[in-house]
Design a protein around this ligand. Sequence first.
Ligand SMILES: Nc1nc2c(c(=O)[nH]1)N[C@H]1C(S)=C(S)[C@@H](COP(=O)(O)OP(=O)(O)OC[C@H]3O[C@@H](n4cnc5c(=O)[nH]c(N)nc54)[C@H](O)[C@@H]3O)O[C@H]1N2
Ligand SMILES: Nc1nc2c(c(=O)[nH]1)N[C@H]1C(S)=C(S)[C@@H](COP(=O)(O)OP(=O)(O)OC[C@H]3O[C@@H](n4cnc5c(=O)[nH]c(N)nc54)[C@H](O)[C@@H]3O)O[C@H]1N2
Ligand SMILES: [Mo]
Length: 758
Amino acid sequence: MAKQHDDRPDFTPYTGPSGGWGSMRSLADIVPREKNPVETSAELLRQNKHDGFMCVSCAWSKPYPPNPAEFCENGAKATAWEITSQRVTPEFFRANTLTALREWSDYRLEEAGRLTHPMKYDAASDKYIVVPWEMAFKEIGAKLKSLAPKSVVFYASGRASLETSYMYQLLARMYGNQNLPDSSNMCHESTSVGLKAAIGVPVGTTRLEDFDTTDCILHFGQNVATNSPRMLHQLRSARKRGVPIIVFNPLRERGLERFTDPQNPIEMATGGETRIATQYHQVRAGGDLAAMMGMAKWLIEHDRIDHDFIAEHTHDFDTFAAKARATGWDEIERESGLTRDALSMAAEVYGRANATIAIYGMGLTQHVKGVDNVRMLVNLLLMRGNIGKPGAGPTPVRGHSNVQGQRTVGITEKPELAPLDKFKQMYGFEPPREKGLDTVEACRGVIDGSVRGFVSLGGNFVRATPETRLMEEGWRQLDLSVQIATKLNRSHLIPAQGDTWLLPCLGRIERDLQETGPQNVTMEDSTSVIHPSFGKVDPASPHLLSEPAIVAGIAKETLAPNPNVPWDKWVGDYALVRDQIAEAFPNFFERFNERLKEPGGFWKGNKATGREWDTPSKKAEFIVPDVLNATGFTDTDGRYRMLTVRSNDQFNTTIYGYSDRFRGINGTRQVVMMSPADIAERGLTEGQKVTLVGDAEDNVSRRVEGLMVVARDVPKGCIATYYPECNPLIALEHHAEESHVPAAKSVPVRIEVEAVVD
Ligand SMILES: Nc1nc2c(c(=O)[nH]1)N[C@H]1C(S)=C(S)[C@@H](COP(=O)(O)OP(=O)(O)OC[C@H]3O[C@@H](n4cnc5c(=O)[nH]c(N)nc54)[C@H](O)[C@@H]3O)O[C@H]1N2
Ligand SMILES: Nc1nc2c(c(=O)[nH]1)N[C@H]1C(S)=C(S)[C@@H](COP(=O)(O)OP(=O)(O)OC[C@H]3O[C@@H](n4cnc5c(=O)[nH]c(N)nc54)[C@H](O)[C@@H]3O)O[C@H]1N2
Ligand SMILES: [Mo]
C-alpha cells in the first residue's frame, strides 16, 4: 500500500526502474481507493483512442494507431480521480464551515470527491449553500455589469476544450477586456515568447514520428516518468535503436535513468529494463545557459556546425559565434556547475548526430532568464540545422491536456495573438484592443485591489501562483469570485468580500448530452495534433452543467443579446462552435468538423517545420543571452537556489497521495532535498526540521516551516522542495523577464534551523 499522509515519513531511496511493477502497484493502490474500480478499468481502455476520451492528465502526443492500452500510471490516476464515486454534497457543506475546511490538506479537499451542486457562499454561516443555476447566472451577470470591465479577470487552467475556450474568450472580449491569463502563463509562456522570436512559431516543431528517425535526443529540465510517462515509450524505442539521450537536470530523476515497460510482458517477467540517459549532467539550477554555451563553444571550435543551413536559413550567427568564442571555460564551468570535459563529451555526441530532438520542460522555462533558455536551446539546434527536418527540432512538453489549444483559439491577453478584426466582422462588436492582464499582472491587481472580479475556468489560482500570503489577503477583498470546477480546492475556500460562487461542471470523461444529442469536444496536444474526445461515463451528479453551458449561462446574463452569437444554439451543438473556430482561424481549422473524422486526429501545421521563418528577418534568429546565470540573482553566503518540483503522486495542486516513489520520499511532502555536502556544512542531520525563508531582498517576510531535511544527490547550493507547498516563498516579482512566468525553478532562500521542542 502506498504511503498516505498520516504514515510515518520514509526516505529510503528507490532502487527500481520507472514503469515496471512499481507503476502497476501504484495504480492498484489508487484505483480501489477511488471506489470505482470497474468503471475506471473500462474507461482506461478508451483513454487516448480515436473514439475514446483524451486523457485529463498531460498533453503528450497520442500515437496512431494507439497501443492496446494507451495510458500510463499517472493518466490512470487522473482518470480514477475524476470518476471517483465520492461526492461533495450540500450535506458536506452544511457540516463544514470554510474556516474549518481551510485547515484541510490539499489532498483531503480533493479526495472528498466531485462537487454536485451550484453553490454560493453565505458569510453569516461561513458556509456554501445550494442555489439554482438560473439564480447563479442572474446574480453573476448583474454583478459583472456593475463592475468596470477592466477590473475583471477571466482565468483559464489548461484543461477546458477548444469549444469552451473559444466561447470563454469571446465572453471576456464582448464584456470588454482581454484579461485572459492562462495556466500557460505559469508554464510554457517562455516557450511561446522564445520560440516565436527565434523561429516564428510559438510551439514545438516535432511530431511523434520524428522519434523514429532521430539519432540524438537532448533532454533539459523535464521529469518524464512523472509528468509525461507515455513519452517513455518513444524514449525507450529510440534507445533500443542506439540513439543517445543526453540529460541535463540537477536532480537524478529515476525515469530518465531506467525504465521497464509495464505493457511489455517480457520486460515485466524478466525484470528487463532500458537505460534511458546515456549521459546525465547534473547542471546547477539556472545553469543551463552556461551548459549550452559550453556546448556551442565546443561545436564552433571543432567546426561541427552546418554552414549551409546557417547561411541559408539563419540570421546573426556571427554575433552569436563571437560571443561563444569570447566566453571563457572558467565562467561556463562556474555557472553550469559542469566540467569542460563533461560538456565537451555532450557536444561531441551532439556534433556527430544528423538529426537531434531537444525535449524540455519547466527546468528551462521557469527562470528569470527562462526565455533566454529557450532561445539558447534554439541556437544550439540551429547550429546543426536541427529544425525543419525529419527527426529533429525543439520539443517543449506542454502541461495541461489542452493548454496549447486554449492559446490557439484566442485565450490570450496579447491582442496581436487574437484575430480581433475577424471577431469584429463575425460578431459585430468592437473588441478591446489594449493588452490584458497576464497571470503575474492579475496577481498584482488582486494584491493592490485594482482587480475586483475573478472568474476561473478550472484551476486553483491562489494555490498555483506565488506570493501565497498576500494573494490570499487580496482575494478576500474581491467583489466577485466565480469558480467553475470539478473538485474542491483551496481557491474555493477563500471567500471574496462580495459574492463567491462555486459552479460544478462535467468532466471530460462524462457523457455530455445536449439538445442535439451527445456532444464531443476537442483538444490540441503537445505536437499540435487536434483530437476529438468523447465522454461516456454517467455524470457525477444530475445537477452538473457542461463548461460550454456555464460559460453561455454567464454570457447571456452579462452581455446584450447579439443575433450573431446564439449562445443557446452553440450549447445545443458544439459542432456549431467548431464552425466558428474554423471561420476565425482558417489557417489551422479549415473544415474543422470534417477533418476531425481523420483517425488519430489532424495536425494543425507549423511553418517552421517547413523552414518558413515568420520572423522580422524572415530567417531563424540566433539570439545571444546577455548573462549565463538564469536565476536573476547573485549567489551569496547562505543563499540557496530552491527549485520546486512535482511528485509522482500529484497533478499540479491536485495531490493524489504522499508517495514520490522514484525519489524515495514517502508519507510527507514537507521536505527539503539537500546535498550531503550542504547538510554537513550546515551541521544538519537527515530528518531534522528546518524553516525556509525567502531571500528576495524586498523586505517582505516569506516563510515555510517544518520541512524535513532529506539527503539527495543534488548539486551543492541547490535545494529541491515540492510545489505548491513552497509557493509562499516565491516573490511575485521573481519571474521570467519577458514572459512573466514565475521563476519557480530558482528561488533565492535561506535555511533557518528550528528549535527542537521536546
Ligand atoms: N502526473 C503529472 N503530470 C503532469 C503534471 C503533474 O503535476 N503531474 N503537470 C502538468 C503540467 S501543467 C506541466 S507544465 C508539466 C510539467 O512537467 P515538468 O516540466 O517535468 O515539470 P516539473 O516537475 O516542475 O520539473 C521539471 C524538471 O526540471 C528539473 N529542473 C529544475 N530546475 C532545473 C534547471 O535549472 N535546469 C534543468 N535542466 N532542470 C531543472 C527538475 O529537477 C525536474 O526534473 O507536466 C504536466 N503533466
Ligand atoms: N512553485 C511552483 N508553482 C507552480 C508550478 C511549479 O512548477 N512550481 N507550476 C505552474 C504550472 S506549470 C501550472 S500549469 C500551474 C497550474 O495551475 P492551475 O491549472 O490553476 O491548477 P491545477 O492544480 O491544475 O487545478 C486543479 C483544479 O482544477 C479543477 N478541475 C479539474 N478538472 C477540471 C475540469 O475538467 N473543468 C474545470 N472547470 N475544472 C477542473 C479542479 O477543481 C482542481 O482542483 O501551476 C503553476 N505553479
Ligand atoms: Mo503547466
